[in-house]
Design a protein around this ligand. Sequence first.
Ligand code: NAP
Ligand code: HSE
Length: 377
Amino acid sequence: MKSVLLGCGTVGKGVLEIMDAHPEYGRIAKVLVRNLKKHGDDPRMTDDPEAVFGTENLELVIECMGGLEPAHTYVKRALEAGCHVVTSNKKMLAAYYEELQDLAEKNGCLIRYEACVGGGIPWIHELIRLQRIDEVTAFRGIINGTTNYILSGMTDNNTSFEEALSGAQEAGYAEADPTDDIDGYDARFKVALSAAAGFGVLPAAEEIPCYGIRHISAGDIVWAKEKGRTIKLIGSGKLYDDHVELSVLPVMLKNSSLLAGVASNLNGLSAVSTTLGTSFYIGQGAGRYPTAHAVVQDIIGIGEGERVTEHCYSMPVDNSALIGCWYVRTVHPEVFHDAAEIIDGETVVTREMPFHALQELLAQCNDPDLFLALIEA
Ligand code: NAP
Ligand code: HSE
């Protein structure tokens, strides 16, 4: 298949290297970048999108640029021209999933996105494959490599948050703006895409409650350790008859749980489906080659004639069954006076309560530096 590549950064460069090493899967004819000076003397590099889209007999556009625009416009343009698309851009795809899947179907082509969720883990592929026999009813796991790298560094090596984040950026795990990682938005895009692939339900990402780890402190890690627990950022989804439960939350896992041992940039994800039951998947969730591997697997799949069409319907997001005891560190612990099991300085452990009741108390706290975690039952 004749293809072009949009973006040649952490992921794109890995895709280019793997594709050049495997010409049997097609040739990348042109590569679009922003700053030509950074990219050596490969004659395929250009900063002119018209040169890229003017490639003769173009069959496939590989998008590894990131961001909403111009990535969305370029992907639309590719699909309208009848070209298949492979993308690693979960932010863009979560925002325009329905439009782009419809456009692909109308133009007889495909948009595939394995690299968008779980890095190198064939997670999207597996969610779709499970449905050949089963209904997928739930998923849960560590779905962001950067935050897992930070939490592992803080837990295992007493690394500071800032130092661990710099390490994740140097290793190419973090987004160009790491806000999306540390505030949980990246995990939220991935939860939305997992719900689309696994449940056939497409939520607006903004409807998914999302708390990150920006304000976690060394004291929170110590508190968890003393209780035999490990803090992880967990994305999860459950399918009900008339709604979906979806969230991104820091969770204090029991050290004995499988996910507690998933460290560094690894992601660990489980799916629950009717006949297979619970299945668990682990692998590198971020980084050049694992992610590029997932992109190239999609390219090979399209080349081999794999045809996947996804149709999603809408269902409300309703987290009223999400109930638990919550760890909250805030400068306003008094707000929890009637709802707390323990108040120790700025640390609160609530009695068991629904997530929506917790949210009301959090709103009263009005504390921008608050950290919260669900304490796994
Ligand atoms: P990156 O290192 O920042 O690379 C982005 C590339 O896109 C660069 O080559 C950049 O050009 C090019 N680019 C950006 N805006 C452009 C524009 N307007 N016109 C032309 N070229 C443009 O990003 P990345 O880490 O590879 O991530 C790319 C995508 O993959 C993102 O959607 C990210 O969420 C996703 N992803 C990343 C990982 C990971 O581990 N890094 C894993 C899974 C998915 P210059 O080089 O000239 O600046
Ligand atoms: N920034 C993302 C992460 C890249 O750390 O998980 C992989 O999607």
